[in-house]
Design a protein. Structure first.
Length: 425
């Protein structure tokens, strides 16, 4: 099935007990076992099934199934936030004393997680500028467990060289984890060699701005067992689960060792579960995602074109407006649109950027992206303010940079509001 059909039909046809067509909200903590043998099989992973909603839930399972199917994965895990998804993606294969390599082009919250919180946990993040994909190879050693990057980095918007870096990683048995939050449907990192995909469902997948959540998708295309000693957390007995060796335990279930471990160890122990109600709201959003992404991308390109001709704007940051290698990457990895995020720099710097934000009427001033509504923010004083000046520049944030998340309103109304705010900035 095509994505437009998957978002409506995958994982649920009707509820067997009520014949409900809509996915029910299973707002329950626990599930009745058939007998003690049934319970024992569930806890020993001889059989997959519902035990406790902190680990899995029928409503959440439909969301996991649909997004996994859209991206070409074999299994998915929903968690409480996009930030939890980023943390789990790395923690699932990294422990104290290990390192991983990350692109410098990151959302500010992810940068802080990697450079500070993980450092406190004894996990080293090695940042590499993706301008030269070959530099990722130089950062890999025997303790490197993964490479992490964003498809369409927020707010730099320079598309990541997915295949080039994935190939480098696979040469060393190191998987590439891609955060595809800003490019659902328009990019499929698993098709280009990524092993794991991460989403903040809070953004475009929901689209409504009412719930927070995240997702990890296992591509099933990375041989964790072949990589051997590089992944002791998957290939050696895990004392937290009866000495299970995850690459072996997963074999009867399919190539899902990575996602199985994340579910029954990290999710079980850290408790970052997505609530059934939030999963239900994301399912509602997912059903219209293909239509919304078309309008998001169409509107964003028109805004970028408009800004590029405005005399108060010194630079427009949008994939279709980039040149050389960056434009080539955008065309290679983004299909049917260049995304909904538009950045621009005002000629008079930070003061003008703040005035522009303060004079908006239609666009909301919020710390989010991906709503159906159009949004705006000044990153250097908000989302990236915890970063040093040098770190902000590395992430693509200058003092006068403004980030827009273009919604699905009528394009004339969006541009009219931007124009009047520019005139006052």
């Amino acid at each position: 099935m095509k994505p437009e059909t998957i978002v409506l039909h995958e994982g649920h046809r009707r509820d067997e007990s009520t014949t409900s067509v809509a996915v029910p909200i299973y707002q329950t903590t626990s599930y009745q076992f058939d007998n003690t043998e049934h319970a024992s099989k569930l806890f020993s992973l001889q059989e997959l099934g519902n035990i406790y909603t902190r680990i899995m839930n029928p409503t959440v399972a439909v969301l996991e199934s649909r997004i996994s199917k859209i991206d070409g994965g074999v299994a998915a895990l929903a968690v409480s936030s996009g930030q939890s998804a980023s943390a789990f993606a790395v923690q699932n294969i990294c422990h104290a004393g290990d390192n991983f390599v990350s692109s410098t082009d990151l959302y500010g919250g992810t940068w802080n997680l990697f450079s500070n919180t993980f450092k406190d946990m004894g996990i080293e993040c090695r940042f590499v500028d993706p301008k030269k994909p070959e530099d990722f190879e130089n950062a890999i050693d025997e303790k490197t467990r993964c490479i992490y990057a964003e498809t369409l980095p927020n707010p730099k918007l320079e598309v990541f060289p997915i295949k080039e870096v994935a190939d480098i990683g696979r040469k060393h048995n190191v998987p590439l984890i891609m955060d595809n939050t800003a490019a659902p449907l328009i990019s499929k990192p698993l098709d280009h060699g990524a092993a794991i995909v991460v989403y903040s469902t809070t953004k475009y997948i929901g689209g409504h701005g009412v719930s927070i959540g995240g997702l990890l998708i296992d591509g099933g295309n990375f041989d964790w067992e072949k990589a051997g000693d590089r992944f002791p957390m998957l290939n050696k007995p895990d004392p937290s689960y009866h000495g299970a060796v995850w690459t072996q335990a997963a074999k009867p279930l399919g190539p899902i060792a990575y996602i199985l471990k994340a579910r029954v160890t990290l999710l079980r122990d850290l408790g970052s579960a997505m609530s059934p109600f939030n999963a239900f709201t994301f399912i509602q959003g997912l059903e219209t995602l293909p239509l919304r992404m078309e309008r998001h991308c169409e509107n964003a390109k028109k805004v970028a074109d408009y800004l590029s001709k405005h005399d108060k704007v010194s630079k427009v940051i949008y994939p279709s407006h980039m040149k050389d290698e960056y434009l080539k990457r955008a065309n290679d990895y983004l299909k049917n649109g260049f995304g909904a995020l538009v950045g621009f720099e005002l000629k008079n710097g930070a003061d003008s950027g703040k005035k522009f934000i303060d004079n908006l009427n239609l666009l909301y001033h919020v710390a989010n992206i991906g709503d159906s509504r159009s949004l705006a923010i000044h990153p250097s004083s908000t989302t990236h303010s915890q970063l040093s000046a040098d770190e902000q520049i590395a992430a693509g944030v200058t003092p006068g940079y403004v980030r827009l998340s273009i919604g699905i309103e009528h394009i004339d109304d969006i541009i009219e509001d931007i124009e009047q705010a520019l005139n006052k900035s």
